[in-house]
Design a protein around this ligand. Sequence first.
Ligand SMILES: [Zn+2]
Length: 268
Amino acid sequence: MRPSPLLAEGVRLSLGVVNLALLEGTVTMSANIEALRVLHRIHIQLTDLRSRLDRGPIQLNAAAANVQRLKGCCEAAREALVRGKMVADEKQLHLQEREERIEKHQANLNKAATNKEYQAIQEQIAADNQANSVLGDEILEALEKIDELDAQVNAANADLSRGEQEEQRVQQTVREATPLLEADLARLTGELNETKAQLPEDFRSEFDRISAARGENALAPMEGETCGACYQTLNPQTVNKLLLDQPVFCPSCGCLLYLAEDRSVGAS
Ligand SMILES: [Zn+2]
């Protein structure tokens, strides 16, 4: 076999130290590193739980905002319908007034004293009939518009009803999920504290300091000889310290490192 690279040299060296340390009873085999592995898993689960808990109020707000928007749509549709009906009513009133005027003119026709007067009244009747014909078309259009606006009101009401059902569904889902998520959160926080208590005092304070600042991103496994967070190759000194079960930070990204599942302290 070719002479191993620097790294393996370091590992061989570290193995000697570990064995010596074990003999002297100064190192608890992999206790710290194993704890860090568990802590990282718990941290990841806690982050997931918190994001699911945070999502509840966001979903509730979104559903409530949607219902408010749909209520606004209903209101606008109803107002448009009222305006449409007013327009049609006004036009119908005009039509009626003009028809009454035509009746009066027709009554006056018999009373006309002169031919000229008779002619003038007939012209007025013709003009009013013409105007009412146009108005009649406009009324038909206005009535069609009312049908359209009526359909829009119904559609808006149906949308609102669906929005309210959706809001109720979200409320129920969040109401059911929240206590379960909170129980999980409490359980995991307990596990976190128990596992942390297994760390030596100085190691624990390092862990607390960095996890307070970075959460789950405080920790990373060493994968091969690289940092599992930033994928930079770790120098032999860093690898050796890790194999010696000492707190080691990735020189590139500052993560607290631990050995991946298939690695153990004292073996590379
Ligand atoms: Zn790194």
